[in-house]
Design a protein around this ligand. Sequence first.
Ligand code: TXA
Ligand code: MG
Length: 331
Amino acid sequence: MILPGDDPASIAQAAQALAQGRLVAFPTETVYGLGANAADDAAVARIFAAKGRPADHPLIVHVPGAAQVASFAASVPAFAQRLMDAFWPGPLTLILPRRLGVAGAAAGGQDTIGLRCPAHPVAHALLEAAAHAQPPVPGVAGPSANRFGRVSPTTALHVAGEFDEGLLVLDGGACPVGIESAIVDCSRGGPVLLRPGMLSRAQIEAACGERLRDPADLPGAAPRASGTLESHYAPRARVRLMDAQALQTALDLLGRDATRIATWSRAVLRTPSAGVLRRAMPGDAAEAARQLFAVLRELDAQGVDLIWVETPPAAPEWEGVHDRLRRAAAA
Ligand code: TXA
Ligand code: MG
């Protein structure tokens, strides 16, 4: 059931559903989330069941503001506070030491908790209303609203197509960022970038005043982040990444009546077969991020078997897009 996210009655209904332990899908500036009361382990279990996601994969808890961080986090290092001050509300998730006994199911059993304050007005309205519902919902656990391992949803229709008809989906239009938040682990002494997003490393480092490390630089096993599994964000079609020249060569080798192949490229390609679906990758990284998941879904719906994607530029602003494409291609 899709409800208009800009209607206060829909927000009230959705907040009440969360307070009663039900699931609500909601828009954020990055992608749509599948939400449940983070303080209610039984409600959170419904997220894992609906997504088909292993229960030991931790979820992000969405909060209406920095004031609610203390409900979930045991402590906040100074550099993490600076990141919150700089980027919240916005597309940044912080991993912090978890308050004992709080949101255990949402944390997937980790002793840390992922927290994010989204900037989308519909998400904000929902989180505020839920915080004041009866019983109050202090935070909303919400992974991306897709089945486990599949492409993240950036419209309400994407979400509704993947779950039971009874799921309440707040419609907030197309997500303006388009790929998931950057995740910075702040529980290991200094900041560690677990997942790149549309905030660049340079922006994050400038705001927190410390060097970002990568999980591979750390001793011991890093906590498992499903968004960091090698194969993720996978459409049904096989995705291959190639530079423009290799892509053109591959197209030239195709027969005249090749079909069920699609391309997404910045370069304008010649195709011997009119059956090849060509989609233009924007030259601007932010615009490409906005379109990425919707393009993969659209081409899947067209029934193509192969999606050949031009490798994005090796510039810092493309890191998030490149990361998602690499994982889509690893499936
Ligand atoms: O933009 C986003 O972050 C979206 C929107 C809905 O907010 N959410 C999202 O959630 O992408 P999800 O569950 O699909 O990805 C969250 C990632 C997962 O890879 C999860 O493993 C990681 O965050 N994560 C959450 N809590 C963690 C923790 N305590 N330690 C390590 N990783 C954690
Ligand atoms: Mg996800």
